[in-house]
Design a protein around this ligand. Structure first.
Ligand SMILES: [Zn+2]
Length: 136
């Protein structure tokens, strides 16, 4: 089996490869994944196994990239190690740090003295109806 280094994969490719077992792929994602597998492996090989192939691909990135426990996005291992296997965003979300310096200002809505509401149109009798009244 040829050993492709991960320099040929885009971030999106890597993301897809890493997430594939954990998410439901959309049709487009499935197509991209199929293309990656096709380019990376000889699928005519009698022992070709989609799942194994994917596993092999993942091994390329496993030492660098892993999935966040929460959002299943592939992140640099260093980041995940730092934040208990979460990505920074998820970690921050789970552990909101109080920031006393930044006080949330109550949102001030701009005062609108007059709502530019469309005025109700005065009822008008249509000319055609007027005619009807006249004839009798
Ligand atoms: Zn995350």
């Amino acid at each position: 089996m040829n050993d492709r280094s991960n320099q040929n994969y885009s971030d999106e490719d890597i993301s897809l490869i890493m997430r594939a077992p954990n998410i439901t792929l959309s049709e487009t994602e499935q197509e991209i994944l199929d293309r990656i597998l096709q380019e990376s492996f000889d699928q005519t090989h009698p022992e070709f196994d989609h799942y194994k192939a994917l596993e092999n691909l993942q091994k390329n990135f496993n030492n660098k990239v892993a999935l966040c426990k929460s959002c299943f996005m592939p992140k640099q291992k260093e980041e995940l190690e730092q934040y208990e296997e979460y990505c920074q965003e998820c970690y921050d979300e789970l552990n909101p740090t109080p920031e006393p310096e930044v006080e949330l200002q109550p949102e001030i809505l701009p005062i609108q003295p007059e709502f530019s509401r469309p005025k109700p149109r005065p009822l008008s009798i249509k000319p055609r109806l007027l005619k009807l009244f006249k004839t009798k």
